[in-house]
Design a protein around this ligand. Structure first.
Ligand SMILES: NC(=O)c1ccc[n+]([C@@H]2O[C@H](COP(=O)([O-])OP(=O)(O)OC[C@H]3O[C@@H](n4cnc5c(N)ncnc54)[C@H](O)[C@@H]3O)[C@@H](O)[C@H]2O)c1
Length: 263
């Protein structure tokens, strides 16, 4: 049972999907949260819902694009101003980009995916780590993907950036373990969020539900993951119960990434 009482945690991409599910679980375990997203409207709606469900907890919202360094600096600054410290970062905001074979991949989309998925995660660590050092330590969970440990057809930019997240995670763990900072990445398989719903629309615009069913049938568990499945792993990694897991890229995918050949 992860206990997060008294912890201040920053969640990026908090307005929906994995970020929102994690925010609910983190707050239910006692954390106060800074909720970061560039979708201002959805972010405020999320905050309103969380305040209703958890009236005793504190929430700060900061509208920010994680690919803009000054925005990242600001969400960390605002967090320290409001709560006096940072204990953890859930470095989750990311985009898929458009699906296309490597040769045909739109370079502007490619660069945008790099800016958000790679630089956004890097900036988050760059500005949070000094605050964790001041605080005597803390925890970082970066969001990679199964695409950070395997190839995924038609997703070169996404796969490149998620491998980069896995690499940066290992380096941060090596460089800041001495400061009592444990850094890990999670590598989710297909989890049913708005991002994945859009991916199925790209695969089969006329019948995304069939694309979803076909995808799920290849998983050993014969289902997609739920955002809550991921949220509980994140809560553990950010809690004091995690005393020694660091530098890992932890798959959460129903076992699918171990499969070779046909299911
Ligand atoms: N859902 C999955 O199956 C899955 C699998 C592997 C990895 N992931 C990763 O998990 C993370 C969350 O994915 P999701 O499925 O919840 O996606 P989602 O699209 O449902 O939600 C992502 C949230 O991040 C926000 N966001 C995107 N870019 C941003 C930016 N530049 N600045 C601030 N906020 C930004 C969006 O507004 C949105 O609220 C991503 O990094 C994604 O690559 C998801």
């Amino acid at each position: 049972m992860a206990n997060l009482k008294g912890k201040v945690i920053i969640v990026t991409g908090a307005a929906m999907g994995l970020g929102l599910a994690a925010a609910e679980v983190l707050v239910s375990k006692g954390a106060d949260l800074t909720l970061v997203d560039y979708n201002d409207e959805a972010l405020n709606k999320t905050k309103e819902e969380l305040v209703l469900k958890f009236p005793d907890r504190k929430f700060l919202t900061v509208a920010a694009d994680v690919s803009v360094e000054e925005n990242v600096k600001n969400y960390v600054y605002q967090t320290v101003k409001e709560f006096g410290k940072v204990d953890g970062l859930y470095n989750n905001a990311g985009i898929e980009g458009k699906q296309a074979p490597l040769v045909d991949y739109d370079i502007d989309v490619f660069k945008k995916v790099i800016d958000i998925n790679l630089l956004g995660v890097y900036y988050g660590m760059k500005y949070v780590i000094p605050e964790l050092q001041k605080n005597g330590g803390g925890k970082i969970v970066n969001v990679a993907s199964v695409g950070g440990i395997r190839g995924v057809l038609n997703q070169t930019a996404y796969v490149a950036t998620k491998h980069a997240v896995a690499g940066m995670t290992k380096n941060a763990a090596l460089e800041y373990g001495k400061d009592n900072i444990l850094t890990n990445a999670i590598a989710p398989g297909a989890i049913l969020t708005p991002m994945v719903a859009e991916a199925f629309r790209q695969v089969n615009p006329d019948d995304p539900k069939t694309a979803e069913k076909e995808y799920a049938s290849r998983n050993p568990t014969k289902r997609l993951g739920n955002p809550e499945d991921v949220a509980h792993l994140v809560a553990y990694l950010l809690s004091d119960e995690n005393g020694y897991v660091s530098g890992q890229v932890i798959a959460i995918d129903g076992g699918e990434s171990n499969m070779y050949g046909n299911s």
